[in-house]
Design a protein around this ligand. Structure first.
Ligand SMILES: [Cu+2]
Length: 439
C-alpha cells in the first residue's frame, strides 16, 4: 500500500477528490446530448469494458451515481444523522478543504436511480455476500456534484483497491514495478469521472455504508456535504451480481501495452496555458447571471459558440504537449478533454507521481488572495492516430460548460518532416504577480 507520505512524490489519485475510468466507460452515454457534443467525431457512448487482470474471477457491478433536484428543498437538516468520523483526506493536497461537511446539498444524489434524499439520506441497499470480493465500476454521472466516496464498516473507513481510472487500467503503461492496484480509503470522483475498484464486503451483521464526504468546492462552488448514498448489507443469501468476470481467458488478459513511449518520458513539443474564469453581469450582485470562460492564453476570452467549428487549438497527430490549466475563479472546475488522455504532472504546483492516465481533473479554486492562481500541469497525448479530428475540451460541470466554459481542438494528420518548422518555443507567460480582473 502506498503510504503517500512523500510531499514531492504524491500519488494524487484524489486531487480534491476526483476519479476517472479504468474500464473505458467513456462518458457512458448517460449525459445530455447537446448540440455541442455532436461535434465529437467519435461519440462516447458505452464502450466495452476494458479487461482488468487483477479483477479476474470477481463479480462486478456498475454504480452510476447521478444528481437531481432536491426532493425536500425546504426541509430542515436532520438531527438523526450520526456524525461521520473525521475526514481522512491524504495525499490529495486537500488541506484547503475547510468545510464542515454539513448543510443542505445543492443536489440529491442517486445510485442506479435510487435516491438518497436530503435531509434523512435514507439510501438504497447494496446487498453482498459476506466478505466477498467484487469489482465496482463507478461513474459520476452527476451534473454538478463532486464525490468523495468512502466505504464505512462500523464507522471505520475501508480501503478500495483502485485498478482503473477514467477508462484506463492503472497498470496499462506497463512500467516495471508500476502499481497494479492503488489502495486508498477514499475516492475523489468529479462529474464525468470514472473509477474501477476492488472492494471487500463486510462480515454479516456489520453496519456498513457507502458515503460521499464533503468536497470543498470553493467560496463560489456548490455545497457537497457528507452523506450516505447507499447502505451496504452483507448476507449469505445475497444474490450474486449479474456479471462475473472470467477467471481466465481473453477477458482477463491485460491489454497489450502501448508501443509508444511512456508519456512521462516524452519531451513535450510545446507548452500552453489555459485558464478558467467567470464574469458576473453585475459585479456587485453575486446572483446576477454569470458567463463562463475557458480561454487559451493569448486569445481573447470568449464564451463558447456551439455553432462555431473554428478550433482554439490546432495540433498534429504525434504531438505531445504540456498544458497548464489555471483557475482564476473562486470555485473548483473540472477540466475534461474528449478523445485523448493525459498524465498529471503537477497539482497545485506540486509535482505528483501518477503512473497512470486521466481525462478529467479538478482544478483547485482561487481563494481571492494568493498572488498566483492555482494550476494543474498536464501532459497531453495526441499520438494516437484515432485522435485526429475536431473535438471539445471543457469544464465537466454542466452549468459551466453550457454557460460557455468550453473550447475546440483540432488534431490534424501528422506533420511531414518537410512541413516541420523550427523547433517550437514556449509562449507561456507566468501568471500575473497580482491577479487581475478574472475574466
Ligand atoms: Cu466549471
Amino acid at each position: 500500500m502506498d503510504d503517500g507520505k512523500s510531499a514531492l512524490n504524491i500519488r494524487a489519485l484524489c486531487p480534491a477528490c476526483q476519479v476517472h475510468d479504468l474500464v473505458s466507460v467513456g462518458d457512458l452515454g448517460l449525459r445530455r446530448r447537446s448540440r455541442r457534443h455532436r461535434l465529437r467525431p467519435f461519440d462516447d457512448g458505452i464502450d466495452a469494458l476494458l479487461p482488468i487482470a487483477e479483477a479476474a474471477g470477481l463479480s462486478e457491478r456498475v454504480l452510476v451515481i447521478r444528481d437531481q433536484v432536491l426532493l425536500n428543498p425546504n426541509a430542515l437538516p436532520s438531527t438523526r444523522i450520526a456524525k461521520a468520523p473525521a475526514a481522512l483526506l491524504d495525499r490529495d493536497g486537500d488541506a484547503r478543504n475547510t468545510g464542515d461537511g454539513s448543510g443542505k446539498p445543492a443536489k440529491d444524489v442517486s445510485v442506479n436511480f435510487v435516491a438518497s434524499a436530503y435531509p434523512d439520506y435514507r439510501a438504497g441497499t447494496i446487498k453482498l455476500k459476506p466478505a466477498a470480493h467484487e469489482l465496482w465500476r463507478i461513474v459520476n454521472a452527476s451534473s454538478i456534484t463532486y464525490l468523495n466516496l468512502q466505504l464505512l464498516f462500523a464507522g471505520k473507513p475501508q480501503t478500495f483497491g483502485i485498478v482503473g481510472v477514467d477508462g484506463i487500467p492503472i497498470n496499462q503503461n506497463a512500467l516495471a514495478g508500476g502499481d497494479l492496484v492503488v489502495w486508498q480509503n477514499h475516492l475523489g470522483v468529479p462529474p464525468g469521472g470514472r473509477i474501477e475498484v476492488v472492494v471487500t464486503a463486510p462480515a454479516e451483521g456489520v453496519e456498513a455504508a457507502l458515503i460521499t464526504r464533503a468536497v470543498n468546492t470553493g467560496p463560489g462552488g456548490e455545497n457537497d456535504p457528507t452523506r450516505s448514498i447507499a447502505r451496504i448489507v452483507a448476507a449469505a443469501d445475497a444474490p450474486l451480481p449479474r456479471s462475473t468476470l472470467p477467471a481466465s481467458g481473453p477477458n482477463t488478459t491485460a491489454p497489450a501495452p502501448s508501443q509508444r513511449a511512456w508519456l512521462g518520458t516524452v519531451q513535450p513539443t510545446r507548452t500552453r496555458r489555459l485558464y478558467f474564469s467567470e464574469k458576473l453581469d453585475d459585479p456587485k450582485d453575486p446572483n446576477s447571471p454569470t458567463t463562463f470562460y475557458l480561454t487559451v492564453e493569448g486569445q481573447p476570452p470568449a464564451s463558447f459558440d456551439p455553432h462555431s467549428s473554428v478550433p482554439n487549438i490546432v495540433v498534429h497527430q504525434g504531438d505531445v504537449e504540456d498544458w497548464i490549466i489555471e483557475n482564476r475563479s473562486q470555485e473548483v472546475h473540472d477540466f475534461h478533454i474528449h478523445q485523448v488522455h493525459f498524465l498529471m504532472l503537477e497539482w497545485f504546483g506540486i509535482r505528483v507521481n501518477e503512473p497512470f492516465l486521466r481525462d478529467t481533473i479538478n482544478v483547485p479554486f482561487w481563494d481571492g488572495q494568493t498572488v498566483q492562481y492555482p494550476t494543474v500541469r498536464l501532459r497531453m497525448d495526441f499520438r494516437d492516430p484515432n485522435a485526429i479530428g475536431l473535438f471539445p475540451f471543457h469544464c465537466h460541470l454542466l452549468e459551466h460548460e453550457d454557460g460557455g466554459m468550453m473550447g475546440l481542438i483540432r488534431v490534424e494528420p501528422a506533420e511531414k518532416l518537410s512541413d516541420k518548422p523550427a523547433p517550437h518555443t514556449s509562449n507561456i507567460k507566468h501568471s500575473p504577480a497580482k491577479p487581475q480582473s478574472a475574466q
